[in-house]
Design a protein around this ligand. Sequence first.
Ligand code: GUN
Length: 295
Amino acid sequence: MTAKIISGTEVAKQIREELKVEIAELKEKHNIIPGLVTILVGEDPASQSYVAAKNKTAHAIGIHSEQITLDADTPEDELLELVRKYNSDDSCNGILVQLPLPKHINEGLILNEINPDKDVDGFHPVNIGRMVLGEKCFLPCTPHGVLELLARSGVETSGAEVVIIGRSNIVGKPMANLMMQKRESGNATVTVCHTRTKDMAAHCRRADIIIAAVGVPKMVTADMVKDGVAIMDVGVNRIGKTESGKAILAGDVDFDAVKEKASVITPVPGGVGPMTITMLMKNTLQSAKMAAGLI
Ligand code: GUN
C-alpha cells in the first residue's frame, strides 16, 4: 500500500479561506475586527520564524495582529505586566506568549496570568480543565489541527487504537485527552508512549493511528507500523542545512519508508505545521465572537 499524502498546507488554506469569509462578515455586520497579540522573548530563530508566520497569517485573513519582541533578559515582572496590560485591553482577543521562554522566566507563572478568555493557545489550566471535562474552551492548536486533519481526510477515530508518542503539555497530553473524548473525532482507545516505554515498537504495531510528537528525527520506522496505519507526524526536526543556509527538516517518522505501508500520512514540512497556525486563527475568531456575546 502506498499512502495518501495529506497536505496540511492545502487543508489549512481551505480553512483559512473559510475563516476569512467569517471575519469579513463579523466586520460588516458587527464592526468587530478580532485582535491578536504575540509576544516573543529573545532571539531563538525557530521561535522568530513561528511568530512571524502567525502574524503574517493573521494579517492575510483580516485579524489585527501585533507582535511584541522583548530582549532575552527581560525580567519576569515586566512580562507579567505586559500580559496584564493586554488582559484589560478590549481590542485584544488573543494573547500568545511564544514558548519556550528564557530560563529565568517561570513559564507556568506567565501562562497562568493570561486571561483564560484570551488564551487562544489553550495552555491555561482553566482551558485545560475545560477541555478534559469536554466543556467549551480553546483547544490547544496542534492537537486541534491533528483532529481536523483526521476528520477532513476521512480517518475513523471511533474505536480505533491510537498510539501517541510523546507526553508534552503542548501536544502529547492534550492529544491523548481529545482522542478519548466522547465526541466526534474522539472515541478512540488511546496509548501514550514516552521515554520510559519498554517496547514502543510493539505498541506502534497495534496502532490504527500513530501520532508522533517526540522530537526525534525519523524515529518511527517501517518495521514499527502495520499495513494501513494512519500517520500524523507532529515532529519538526532540523537535521541540517542546504548550501544556501536553509534548514533541512525531518519529521519523527521515516516518511519515505513508512508511506509505503500507511494508508494516509502527513509530510514534514507541509503537514501538521500549517494547521497549528490556522487553529490559532480559528481560536482568535472564536474569542472575538465570545467577547461580543455572539456565541
Ligand atoms: N512553541 C511551540 N509551539 C507553540 C505554540 O503552539 N504556542 C506557543 N505559544 N508557543 C509554542
